[in-house]
Design a protein. Sequence first.
Lengths: 402, 402
Amino acid sequence: MKRIAILGSTGSIGRSTLSVAESYPDRFQIVALAAGSNVDAAFEQARRWRPRVLSMAAEKDADRLRSRLKIEGLAATEVVHGSAGTVQVATHPEVDFVVSAIVGVAGLEATYEAVKAGKALGLANKECLVAAGELITTEARKQGKPLLPIDSEHNAVHQCLRGGRVEEVDRIWLTASGGPFLNTPASKFAEITVEEALNHPTWKMGRRITIDSATLMNKGFEVIEACRLFHIPPAKVEVIVHPQSTIHSMVEFVDGSILAQFSVTDMRLPILYALTYPERIPSDMRFAVSDLRHLDFCPPDLKKFPCLSLAYEAVEAGGAKTVALNAADEVAVAAFLEGTIGFNDIPRIIETVLDATESGKLESIAEVLAADAEARRSAHERVAGSGRSARKVGRPKATSFA
Amino acid sequence: MKRIAILGSTGSIGRSTLSVAESYPDRFQIVALAAGSNVDAAFEQARRWRPRVLSMAAEKDADRLRSRLKIEGLAATEVVHGSAGTVQVATHPEVDFVVSAIVGVAGLEATYEAVKAGKALGLANKECLVAAGELITTEARKQGKPLLPIDSEHNAVHQCLRGGRVEEVDRIWLTASGGPFLNTPASKFAEITVEEALNHPTWKMGRRITIDSATLMNKGFEVIEACRLFHIPPAKVEVIVHPQSTIHSMVEFVDGSILAQFSVTDMRLPILYALTYPERIPSDMRFAVSDLRHLDFCPPDLKKFPCLSLAYEAVEAGGAKTVALNAADEVAVAAFLEGTIGFNDIPRIIETVLDATESGKLESIAEVLAADAEARRSAHERVAGSGRSARKVGRPKATSFA
């Protein structure tokens, strides 16, 4: 029986994890949950799973949940809140395995504490590797505990890597769907609307990650994650466009053999893999191999998608640069979604923030969070100075990138 | 330093093995060679590699080689001959690893003796698994020594299997190029010429294996080999047509993950893999992943290619049936190549031989060879009774399959 904590239990990955646990009641026990602000969802999860502890983001939500649970006679679940509450969930002594799936930097501290407490980790939170990857992977190595990626690409790489040792890897090939603008000419990029950008061809995802897929920044983040997760230099991580997203990623070994992984596009599969590794257990998530017909590939167009190059630059420099890349992207994407800036402004803003960021190793989560805050401030400033609203009042666009 | 014996050193796999050894002089030492009847080639190999022992098939060729080596001052290589000579090569006390690449049943005894002597084995000889697979794999398990497949499909499966345990395998998917008649309508099969059948789209190979690829019997043999090599029932081995032959094979695990292996189509790659397993060492056999564009797949047409179904039938029954399948195919293909029978007669002859063969486990190589001789006799009889030559003298075709 594996005893599980989920950071981000009411989000998409959290709910998928619970769905996996539901399918294998003899294998998994849900011990601790950290939810966000959805009290109704948290209440249902508490009723179904009876965790030892459940944390809400805000104190008032924790209070509401506690009252409702008391009324239902479910007071055995301790309700806590805030970042201290999340850490309590992540480090609960009865927990073996922590699923880290809080979106954004909010999950960093608790994830780091989980690793320090010797928990095995399933990682779905991008920031854990993009912003704090050096800290977290170093600590996991020290603890001798596995870091198992819960996203289709890195999970695929993890599976392919079983075919050899990390020192025998020549290249990691991350596949990219290419997003909705794979075949859109560069000349039309400036006019891309929010609606067009939210229309991802393969995956149904949250709004930020969908835009990140449209700019290929998401693939850039994945390059950084791969470097940190597998201790591979950026020069050994490549991206190849594969519009069907059937093959989730590939590993090329030094002898010339390449292993590729594919499966249905269902997040429960990498979750199941992470929860049961090194075992594999039967699932109903079957890919109909006999229906396989065509797989297409092409190289990515770095001119159309400068975000990908920015990610390589950031990870080459390391430390604060990757923190800034993520923070600036989050701010820029939010501004694009609000209609404040255009599609092409996203990489422009990120680039200027990146250029203004000093590289250098970050020694603690506090330093990561400080670098993150600074990059956000800087990005907001540039959004304000370069956006459509600014242009509307007549400021020339060029000056904001001087 | 791995010390190697090659059974079939002057054949295609033998020469490729020596080419691999040539590229890594610090890793591999050639200790013993078994050649066929090509004295010139054997002489050059003896001069280049200075093996302890070299065996020729015939005594007169051994005598000629011995004289030539003596003249050149290379008498340190002991020259032997015949099946006893081949066994001496296969069981040489200084040998760690035996590459079994003699075509046909001639290599069976020596390969079995190598396994019994505790050698690690690289298997390129189809008959070792199709005809004597149960004996050889059982012995290898007993010895605790690896059996490493030296052919692109099973080598690919071996690599993919590193991603899990054999008990976690749901399906092995062997890819098939589909051969030259993938898109030929069944109605034209009776008129297929030898020249057309020898024109394989992907691989340059010997004449028999090229015809076996055209009938898909080669894929049928590979199904049998996979069952024996990986201890998997026939129901778990599937064939999928993949005309580019880029992906060499795939393994589907019970959790729904599929691993696929691809590489350049160069036999030196599986040889290198087998010789260095579990290590991987750098090679110049690079697949240009960034040039990857399209991969196509479709299910095999069992009506057009009945040989594939015959192979499943034979392996389900086991024992003497797979021996008969191989023997009857060899005789039928030879008859087709001589123009004695038509393309569609190949599966017909095999089927009648198979039907006439009792199933039952074979307990020794001698029993395998006896079953092989009996099946050949039976196949020759049917060729004589059903061939074009027979039809030319007016015998009705139907009677020969009564």
